[in-house]
Design a protein around this ligand. Structure first.
Ligand code: GLY
Length: 374
């Protein structure tokens, strides 16, 4: 298989250095999860998914896998090594001494679970009960990286208890309304409490020595404290994005595309006080292009802003979903080579091109892009 002969190196410090090795998820056995506090708060109130649960229809799984496989081909043809997780039967009841869940979720979005910082891969705590065991799908890969790269560091963040104390009861109300949600999220009153460290890896945006971490439904401040203590040579910054009624995962909201330039969802702007570090270091933050679609595909957890959920191959080359004409044009105007990748059939399984991947190796080292701290 192209690229398979590359020796295993774990190393990735940011979102834009030249990509050499990546993991792409699989849709097999994916489920729509049963009700649980954090997930219920995230599924939009008007979504057709409310009240649905269990295995996703087989024909949708096959379509998603076909687009995922095609994405693999595109990257392999460019000499990038691609590995795949080992799906388990997600449609199985699970539990711990503290709780039980009727099914798990899936392993299409490795970005949510695996955080690569330099030579280390961390399995995130996760914040939904149905995702507690998702790391198992990646263990065969992680174990092989550990054996093949003697300098690779393998870490699992503290497994959370995920008792009811982790979740705000106010969010259990079926009908909150978007207005109240926007007020709450602007006030940083999220569904997750500060009971224990909770984070999804997709809330962490890696920019060399600085990690910008979205405070929202899936990541709390205690997790940022854990990350800061875990990476004492890094600087961890909490960011939040008023305007998003369902704030999870930073990569459809704030995306660095090369050193000095980020695109920001114009409906979810980075607050002025949090922009200062970018301004002081000469970074530009521009509005992302408008999505080409007015609604997500059926049975999708995410918003239309998966348009900006792109995979940067290097600071001049980017993969963009093939129907996102506005986002492709914006990258073209910014001087990028744009690789269109059909991917909307995979969106319902956990997100776009960035969500569906997790970095193993990008060339480059840990640089300080923000020497002037605020
Ligand atoms: N947080 C992903 C989205 O915008 O849907």
């Amino acid at each position: 298989m192209p690229g398979k002969s590359n020796p295993t190196v774990v190393n990735s410090w940011n979102e834009w250095d030249p990509l050499k090795h990546i993991i792409i998820g699989k849709a097999d056995h994916s489920c729509i999860a049963w009700p649980e506090p954090a997930l219920d708060a995230k599924v939009p109130e008007d979504s057709a998914m409310k009240g649905m649960n269990g295995p996703r229809p087989l024909e949708t799984v096959e379509k998603a896998n076909s687009q995922l496989d095609h994405f693999v081909d595109i990257l392999e043809k460019r000499g990038i090594r691609v590995d795949r997780p080992t799906p388990i039967q997600w449609n199985r009841a699970i539990g711990t001494p503290d709780w039980q869940a009727n099914s798990m979720f899936g392993c299409m979005p490795p970005r949510d679970v695996l955080l690569t910082v330099g030579k280390e891969i961390i399995e995130a705590t996760m914040s939904y009960r149905c995702r507690w065991f998702e790391y198992l799908a990646y263990r065969p890969l992680i174990e092989s990286y550990f054996m093949e790269d003697p300098k690779m560091r393998w870490e699992a963040a503290p497994k959370p208890r995920l008792t009811d104390r982790d979740y705000r009861r106010d969010y259990l109300n079926e009908k909150i309304g978007v207005e109240k949600r926007l007020k709450w999220t602007a006030e940083k009153y999220f569904v997750t409490t500060e009971e224990e460290p909770l984070f999804d890896a997709a809330d962490v945006c890696r920019m060399g020595k600085d990690l910008f971490v979205q405070h929202g439904f899936t990541t709390n401040l205690k997790a940022m404290d854990w990350l800061q203590r875990h990476f004492p040579d890094h600087r961890v910054h909490a960011v939040n994005f008023p305007g998003d009624p369902y704030p999870i995962h930073i990569d459809a909201t704030f995306v660095p595309v090369r050193p000095g330039l980020c695109i920001n969802n114009p409906n979810r702007r980075l607050p002025d006080d949090q922009r200062k570090i970018f301004e002081k270091n000469g970074w530009e933050i521009i509005d992302a292009a408008q999505p080409a679609h007015t609604s997500p595909p059926p049975l999708c957890y995410s918003s239309v802003w998966l348009s900006m959920n792109v995979l940067i191959i290097d600071s001049k080359t980017v993969c963009v979903e093939a129907s996102e004409v506005n986002q492709m044009e914006q990258f073209d105007q910014l001087g990028f080579e744009v690789i269109p990748v059909p991917f909307r059939d995979a969106y319902p399984f956990g997100g776009g091109l960035h969500c569906a991947t997790a970095d193993v190796y990008r060339e480059g080292s840990c640089e300080d892009y923000f020497p002037k701290q605020v």
